[in-house]
Design a protein around this ligand. Structure first.
Ligand code: NDP
Length: 244
Protein backbone atom coordinates (compact mmCIF):
# COMPACT_ATOMS: atom_id res chain seq x y z
CA UNK A 1 0.00 0.00 0.00
CA UNK A 2 1.44 3.39 -0.92
CA UNK A 3 0.15 6.38 0.98
CA UNK A 4 -0.50 8.98 -1.71
CA UNK A 5 -4.19 9.23 -0.76
CA UNK A 6 -3.71 9.03 3.00
CA UNK A 7 -6.40 11.04 4.75
CA UNK A 8 -8.60 11.20 1.64
CA UNK A 9 -12.14 9.86 1.42
CA UNK A 10 -13.62 8.46 -1.79
CA UNK A 11 -17.07 7.27 -2.83
CA UNK A 12 -17.26 4.83 -5.74
CA UNK A 13 -20.67 4.08 -7.26
CA UNK A 14 -21.17 0.70 -8.94
CA UNK A 15 -18.31 -0.88 -7.00
CA UNK A 16 -19.72 -4.42 -6.92
CA UNK A 17 -18.00 -5.47 -10.15
CA UNK A 18 -15.73 -4.49 -13.02
CA UNK A 19 -14.21 -1.02 -13.19
CA UNK A 20 -15.82 0.24 -9.98
CA UNK A 21 -14.53 -2.69 -7.96
CA UNK A 22 -10.99 -2.36 -9.33
CA UNK A 23 -11.04 1.40 -8.75
CA UNK A 24 -12.23 1.05 -5.15
CA UNK A 25 -9.40 -1.38 -4.49
CA UNK A 26 -6.81 0.86 -6.15
CA UNK A 27 -7.95 3.86 -4.09
CA UNK A 28 -7.86 1.76 -0.94
CA UNK A 29 -4.34 0.52 -1.74
CA UNK A 30 -3.30 4.15 -2.18
CA UNK A 31 -4.43 4.90 1.36
CA UNK A 32 -7.93 6.37 0.88
CA UNK A 33 -10.87 5.39 3.00
CA UNK A 34 -13.45 4.26 0.45
CA UNK A 35 -17.24 4.10 0.56
CA UNK A 36 -18.53 1.59 -1.99
CA UNK A 37 -22.09 1.58 -3.27
CA UNK A 38 -24.19 -0.71 -5.47
CA UNK A 39 -27.27 -2.92 -5.25
CA UNK A 40 -25.46 -6.25 -4.75
CA UNK A 41 -24.43 -5.90 -1.11
CA UNK A 42 -22.89 -9.38 -0.86
CA UNK A 43 -20.35 -8.46 -3.53
CA UNK A 44 -19.52 -5.22 -1.74
CA UNK A 45 -18.98 -7.04 1.55
CA UNK A 46 -16.50 -9.40 -0.04
CA UNK A 47 -14.75 -6.42 -1.65
CA UNK A 48 -14.49 -4.74 1.75
CA UNK A 49 -12.89 -7.89 3.17
CA UNK A 50 -10.28 -7.84 0.39
CA UNK A 51 -9.45 -4.13 0.69
CA UNK A 52 -6.31 -3.21 2.63
CA UNK A 53 -7.91 -0.07 4.11
CA UNK A 54 -11.17 0.93 5.76
CA UNK A 55 -14.19 0.48 3.50
CA UNK A 56 -17.80 1.48 4.07
CA UNK A 57 -20.41 -0.68 2.34
CA UNK A 58 -23.48 1.21 1.12
CA UNK A 59 -26.73 -0.07 -0.27
CA UNK A 60 -27.11 2.19 -3.32
CA UNK A 61 -29.46 2.43 -6.26
CA UNK A 62 -28.37 5.44 -8.28
CA UNK A 63 -31.72 5.66 -10.07
CA UNK A 64 -33.25 6.64 -6.71
CA UNK A 65 -32.27 10.20 -5.76
CA UNK A 66 -33.00 9.53 -2.08
CA UNK A 67 -30.70 6.51 -2.09
CA UNK A 68 -27.90 8.58 -3.64
CA UNK A 69 -28.35 11.35 -1.08
CA UNK A 70 -28.28 8.80 1.75
CA UNK A 71 -25.08 7.24 0.38
CA UNK A 72 -23.31 10.59 0.24
CA UNK A 73 -24.54 11.50 3.73
CA UNK A 74 -23.45 8.11 5.11
CA UNK A 75 -19.99 8.57 3.59
CA UNK A 76 -19.55 11.98 5.19
CA UNK A 77 -21.02 10.78 8.51
CA UNK A 78 -18.79 7.72 8.51
CA UNK A 79 -15.52 9.22 7.31
CA UNK A 80 -15.90 12.94 8.09
CA UNK A 81 -15.53 14.34 4.57
CA UNK A 82 -15.64 13.52 0.86
CA UNK A 83 -12.67 14.20 -1.43
CA UNK A 84 -13.24 11.99 -4.47
CA UNK A 85 -16.47 10.92 -6.15
CA UNK A 86 -16.08 8.22 -8.78
CA UNK A 87 -19.32 8.23 -10.76
CA UNK A 88 -19.06 4.78 -12.25
CA UNK A 89 -22.40 2.93 -11.95
CA UNK A 90 -23.62 2.12 -15.44
CA UNK A 91 -25.66 -0.08 -17.68
CA UNK A 92 -25.28 -0.84 -21.41
CA UNK A 93 -28.36 -2.36 -23.01
CA UNK A 94 -27.34 -2.01 -26.64
CA UNK A 95 -29.72 -2.63 -29.51
CA UNK A 96 -31.29 -1.05 -32.56
CA UNK A 97 -33.78 1.78 -32.17
CA UNK A 98 -36.46 0.09 -34.27
CA UNK A 99 -38.58 -2.12 -32.03
CA UNK A 100 -36.51 -1.41 -28.93
CA UNK A 101 -37.91 -2.10 -25.48
CA UNK A 102 -38.03 1.50 -24.32
CA UNK A 103 -37.99 0.50 -20.66
CA UNK A 104 -34.32 -0.31 -21.33
CA UNK A 105 -33.84 3.29 -22.48
CA UNK A 106 -35.41 4.51 -19.26
CA UNK A 107 -33.10 2.30 -17.21
CA UNK A 108 -29.97 3.51 -19.05
CA UNK A 109 -30.88 7.18 -18.82
CA UNK A 110 -31.86 6.73 -15.16
CA UNK A 111 -28.62 4.94 -14.28
CA UNK A 112 -25.88 6.38 -16.48
CA UNK A 113 -27.08 9.94 -16.81
CA UNK A 114 -29.56 10.93 -14.10
CA UNK A 115 -27.87 8.69 -11.53
CA UNK A 116 -24.51 10.33 -12.07
CA UNK A 117 -26.13 13.78 -11.96
CA UNK A 118 -27.82 12.96 -8.64
CA UNK A 119 -24.46 11.87 -7.24
CA UNK A 120 -22.77 15.11 -8.28
CA UNK A 121 -25.68 17.14 -6.90
CA UNK A 122 -25.49 15.43 -3.50
CA UNK A 123 -21.69 15.36 -3.31
CA UNK A 124 -20.88 18.85 -4.57
CA UNK A 125 -21.22 20.82 -1.30
CA UNK A 126 -18.77 18.37 0.32
CA UNK A 127 -16.39 18.43 -2.65
CA UNK A 128 -16.36 22.23 -2.50
CA UNK A 129 -15.43 22.00 1.20
CA UNK A 130 -12.60 19.58 0.50
CA UNK A 131 -11.55 21.06 -2.88
CA UNK A 132 -12.04 17.52 -4.12
CA UNK A 133 -12.48 15.74 -7.44
CA UNK A 134 -15.23 14.12 -9.50
CA UNK A 135 -14.33 11.30 -11.87
CA UNK A 136 -17.01 10.63 -14.45
CA UNK A 137 -16.69 7.19 -16.02
CA UNK A 138 -17.88 7.96 -19.53
CA UNK A 139 -16.93 5.92 -22.59
CA UNK A 140 -15.59 6.08 -26.11
CA UNK A 141 -19.37 6.05 -26.76
CA UNK A 142 -19.37 9.52 -25.21
CA UNK A 143 -17.29 10.72 -28.15
CA UNK A 144 -18.69 8.75 -31.10
CA UNK A 145 -22.08 7.18 -31.56
CA UNK A 146 -22.63 4.03 -33.60
CA UNK A 147 -25.44 1.76 -34.77
CA UNK A 148 -27.08 -0.22 -31.93
CA UNK A 149 -25.59 2.17 -29.41
CA UNK A 150 -27.92 5.15 -29.74
CA UNK A 151 -29.23 5.44 -26.21
CA UNK A 152 -26.09 4.25 -24.42
CA UNK A 153 -24.12 6.81 -26.44
CA UNK A 154 -26.71 9.49 -25.73
CA UNK A 155 -26.25 8.90 -22.01
CA UNK A 156 -22.46 9.07 -22.25
CA UNK A 157 -22.53 12.19 -24.47
CA UNK A 158 -24.78 13.59 -21.74
CA UNK A 159 -22.28 12.65 -19.03
CA UNK A 160 -19.56 14.51 -20.94
CA UNK A 161 -21.77 17.58 -21.47
CA UNK A 162 -22.72 17.69 -17.79
CA UNK A 163 -19.07 17.28 -16.78
CA UNK A 164 -17.86 20.20 -18.89
CA UNK A 165 -20.49 22.54 -17.45
CA UNK A 166 -19.64 21.30 -13.96
CA UNK A 167 -15.94 21.91 -14.62
CA UNK A 168 -16.60 25.50 -15.62
CA UNK A 169 -18.76 26.06 -12.55
CA UNK A 170 -16.35 24.71 -9.94
CA UNK A 171 -12.78 24.75 -11.20
CA UNK A 172 -12.02 28.19 -9.75
CA UNK A 173 -13.09 26.83 -6.37
CA UNK A 174 -10.52 24.08 -6.62
CA UNK A 175 -12.77 21.15 -7.54
CA UNK A 176 -11.34 19.06 -10.37
CA UNK A 177 -13.52 17.24 -12.90
CA UNK A 178 -12.15 14.25 -14.77
CA UNK A 179 -13.90 12.55 -17.69
CA UNK A 180 -12.58 9.07 -18.32
CA UNK A 181 -13.50 7.38 -21.59
CA UNK A 182 -12.65 3.70 -21.77
CA UNK A 183 -12.86 1.56 -24.88
CA UNK A 184 -13.56 -2.17 -24.55
CA UNK A 185 -12.96 -3.39 -20.98
CA UNK A 186 -13.57 -7.03 -19.94
CA UNK A 187 -16.39 -6.80 -17.39
CA UNK A 188 -19.99 -7.95 -16.95
CA UNK A 189 -21.29 -4.88 -18.80
CA UNK A 190 -22.18 -6.53 -22.14
CA UNK A 191 -23.67 -9.65 -20.46
CA UNK A 192 -26.83 -7.65 -19.69
CA UNK A 193 -27.60 -6.91 -23.36
CA UNK A 194 -30.98 -8.51 -24.11
CA UNK A 195 -30.81 -8.59 -27.93
CA UNK A 196 -29.04 -11.92 -28.61
CA UNK A 197 -27.41 -10.87 -31.91
CA UNK A 198 -25.97 -7.72 -30.33
CA UNK A 199 -24.78 -9.61 -27.25
CA UNK A 200 -23.07 -12.16 -29.51
CA UNK A 201 -21.44 -9.33 -31.48
CA UNK A 202 -20.03 -7.89 -28.26
CA UNK A 203 -18.65 -11.31 -27.28
CA UNK A 204 -17.10 -11.81 -30.72
CA UNK A 205 -15.55 -8.36 -30.53
CA UNK A 206 -14.12 -9.10 -27.08
CA UNK A 207 -12.65 -12.38 -28.28
CA UNK A 208 -11.00 -10.66 -31.24
CA UNK A 209 -8.71 -8.40 -29.23
CA UNK A 210 -6.65 -7.95 -26.09
CA UNK A 211 -9.29 -6.02 -24.18
CA UNK A 212 -8.55 -3.63 -21.35
CA UNK A 213 -8.76 -4.92 -17.77
CA UNK A 214 -10.69 -3.05 -15.07
CA UNK A 215 -7.32 -2.45 -13.38
CA UNK A 216 -6.14 -0.47 -16.44
CA UNK A 217 -8.96 2.00 -15.86
CA UNK A 218 -8.38 2.03 -12.10
CA UNK A 219 -4.75 3.05 -12.76
CA UNK A 220 -5.95 5.98 -14.85
CA UNK A 221 -8.36 7.10 -12.12
CA UNK A 222 -5.52 6.94 -9.62
CA UNK A 223 -3.25 8.94 -11.94
CA UNK A 224 -5.85 11.67 -12.30
CA UNK A 225 -6.65 12.03 -8.60
CA UNK A 226 -3.06 11.96 -7.36
CA UNK A 227 -1.81 14.92 -9.39
CA UNK A 228 -0.77 18.07 -7.51
CA UNK A 229 -3.67 20.41 -6.72
CA UNK A 230 -2.86 22.81 -9.56
CA UNK A 231 -3.06 20.04 -12.20
CA UNK A 232 -6.53 19.17 -13.51
CA UNK A 233 -6.57 16.09 -15.71
CA UNK A 234 -9.87 16.84 -17.44
CA UNK A 235 -10.15 14.03 -19.96
CA UNK A 236 -8.60 10.60 -20.49
CA UNK A 237 -9.42 8.38 -23.49
CA UNK A 238 -8.12 4.81 -23.22
CA UNK A 239 -8.68 2.16 -25.86
CA UNK A 240 -7.25 -1.31 -26.16
CA UNK A 241 -4.34 -1.13 -28.60
CA UNK A 242 -6.20 -3.67 -30.75
CA UNK A 243 -9.45 -1.66 -30.90
CA UNK A 244 -9.88 0.35 -34.11
P1 NDP B 1 -20.15 -3.89 -14.71
O1 NDP B 1 -21.44 -4.39 -15.23
O2 NDP B 1 -19.12 -4.86 -14.26
O3 NDP B 1 -20.38 -2.85 -13.54
C1 NDP B 1 -21.47 -2.00 -13.48
C2 NDP B 1 -21.63 -1.54 -12.05
O4 NDP B 1 -22.70 -0.58 -11.99
C3 NDP B 1 -21.98 -2.68 -11.10
O5 NDP B 1 -21.24 -2.55 -9.92
C4 NDP B 1 -23.47 -2.46 -10.83
O6 NDP B 1 -23.77 -2.86 -9.50
C5 NDP B 1 -23.55 -0.95 -10.93
N1 NDP B 1 -24.91 -0.50 -11.15
C6 NDP B 1 -25.73 -0.74 -12.20
N2 NDP B 1 -26.93 -0.19 -11.99
C7 NDP B 1 -26.87 0.41 -10.78
C8 NDP B 1 -27.79 1.14 -9.99
N3 NDP B 1 -29.04 1.36 -10.42
N4 NDP B 1 -27.40 1.61 -8.79
C9 NDP B 1 -26.14 1.38 -8.35
N5 NDP B 1 -25.22 0.71 -9.04
C10 NDP B 1 -25.59 0.22 -10.24
O7 NDP B 1 -19.57 -2.97 -15.89
P2 NDP B 1 -18.30 -2.01 -16.01
O8 NDP B 1 -17.41 -2.13 -14.86
O9 NDP B 1 -17.78 -2.21 -17.37
O10 NDP B 1 -19.03 -0.60 -16.00
C11 NDP B 1 -18.67 0.48 -15.16
C12 NDP B 1 -18.78 1.78 -15.93
O11 NDP B 1 -17.83 1.79 -16.99
C13 NDP B 1 -20.15 2.01 -16.58
O12 NDP B 1 -20.53 3.35 -16.40
C14 NDP B 1 -19.87 1.72 -18.06
O13 NDP B 1 -20.75 2.41 -18.89
C15 NDP B 1 -18.45 2.23 -18.18
N6 NDP B 1 -17.71 1.72 -19.33
C16 NDP B 1 -17.46 0.38 -19.48
C17 NDP B 1 -16.80 -0.08 -20.61
C18 NDP B 1 -16.55 -1.53 -20.85
O14 NDP B 1 -16.13 -1.89 -21.97
N7 NDP B 1 -16.76 -2.42 -19.90
C19 NDP B 1 -16.31 0.85 -21.64
C20 NDP B 1 -16.61 2.22 -21.36
C21 NDP B 1 -17.27 2.64 -20.25
P3 NDP B 1 -25.12 -3.59 -9.00
O15 NDP B 1 -25.68 -4.36 -10.17
O16 NDP B 1 -24.65 -4.44 -7.87
O17 NDP B 1 -26.01 -2.48 -8.54
Amino acid sequence: MNNTLNGKVALVTGASSGIGRATALALSRAGARVAVGARRGDRLKSLAREAPGEMLVLDLDVTDRGSVEEAVAATVDGFGSLDILVNNAGLMLSGPILGADTTEWTRMVGTNLLGSMYAVHAALPHLLDSRGAVVQISSTSGRTSSAASAVYSATKFGVNAFAEALRQEVTEQGVRVVVLEPGFVSTELADHITVPAIRDMARTMAASMRTLRPEDIASAVLYAVTQPDHVAVNEILIRPTDQT
